[in-house]
Write a protein that binds this ligand. Structure first.
Ligand code: SF4
Ligand code: SF4
Length: 338
């Protein structure tokens, strides 16, 4: 897959909104709030009409991923309209959504289960049971679990995602059984992206790696092969303000000034040419795919990693997307419950 023509795009991941009622400590959103010392996160919602203009310009688009990297997708004020519009386009074969499941009333979740189809899936983040889920997620287990049940009753395919910490590791098996008994299609166990003294890593746990993805990446320095799921799947990522990035990871590192390493070539491109070069308001998707920013990433995936940030594979790709099969087995395991 070359990912240079508009026809090459098969999947679009969308950050619908920066709103969220949660406050998970290791979320990129919380890091930004702390970094900028904001009292709260500024609310930015994707413009729904603009979103569908972009969607309608992608002739071979099949799969939609509603997964923000600093917001909860269902908090978009027009989420019902967006879902209905997505379902009305025959070219869209599947919608994959990730949610904390704690916002919205039960009637919304029942409706969502009704309108989504056999090929659509919603991942609910439930990190424990009644006495532990709230510790990291700060939301009530009964609320999230109840919303997931409504969604299942409506006919939706629910996946239960469980991030394992020391405080909940003893409940993974019980949660797995509960997920199966209520009709979840998948159960996912995941390592956290970070641990600290407040949220400690699991101990002697067979379920998942006790190390984070980044720690494993540093250990496996000689494992050089980068496997780019964006390039393999024909996927790009669109932010709430209409910027297009090769993926959500690069969006994390390059959408915020405070996070950009000034020495990285991608930063230099964005500074010298402005963020406008990847804005869907200013350019067609094909122009963005052929921008210096996109080419810097996609044309160098097979290059050696070097300590020089101006050459070789992009640092973010090297850090996150090596030894993918090993990662799947150790950082995020998906189990079919059907
Ligand atoms: S619910 Fe999701 S978007 Fe909200 S703070 Fe937690 S991880 Fe971040
Ligand atoms: S970080 Fe790089 S290799 Fe990984 S999905 Fe994004 S563009 Fe591809």
């Amino acid at each position: 897959m070359t990912l240079k023509k508009v026809e090459d795009i098969k999947e679009l991941q969308i950050g619908l909104t920066s709103r969220c009622t949660g406050s998970c400590k290791f979320c990129f959103r919380m890091e930004l709030i702390n970094c900028y010392q904001w009292g709260g996160y500024p609310a930015v919602d994707i413009d729904a009409k603009h979103l569908f203009k972009v969607i309608d310009s992608l002739p071979n688009l099949k799969n939609i991923l509603l997964i923000g990297n600093k917001g909860e997708v269902i908090c978009h004020p027009e989420i019902n309209y967006i879902i209905k519009e997505l379902k009305s386009r025959s070219k869209i074969e599947s919608i994959y959504m990730a949610t904390n499941g704690s916002s919205k009333k039960k009637i919304f979740w029942r409706w969502l289960g009704t309108i989504l189809g056999e090929h659509d899936n919603v991942v609910f983040a439930i990190d424990g049971l009644q006495d532990t889920h709230h510790i990291y997620r700060k939301s009530k287990f009964d609320t999230v679990f109840g919303n997931m049940i409504e969604f299942i009753k409506g006919g939706g395919n629910a996946w239960w995602q469980f991030i394992v910490f020391k405080h909940n590791q003893h409940q993974v098996e019980e949660a797995r059984k509960l997920a199966k008994s209520v009709g979840c299609r998948q159960f996912i166990v995941m390592a956290s992206r970070r641990y600290d003294d407040e949220f400690e890593r699991p101990v002697d746990c067979d379920e998942i790696s006790q190390k984070t993805k980044f720690e494993l990446a540093l250990e496996r320095i000689d494992d050089r092969k980068v496997s780019c799921e964006s390039k393999i799947n024909g996927r790009v990522y669109m932010t709430t303000n209409g910027l297009m990035f090769p993926c959500c990871r690069l969006a994390c590192f390059y959408s915020e000034n405070a996070y950009r390493d000034p020495l990285q070539l991608s930063t230099k491109i964005l500074v010298s040419q402005s963020r406008g070069i990847i804005s869907t308001y200013r350019h067609s998707v094909e122009e963005i795919l052929n921008s210096d920013f996109f080419r810097r990433t996609f044309d160098h995936l097979d290059d050696e990693f070097t300590d020089n940030p101006l050459t070789g594979v992009e640092y973010t790709c090297w850090r996150f997307c090596r030894f993918i099969d090993y990662q799947k087995q150790n950082i995020r395991r998906e189990e079919n419950l059907c």
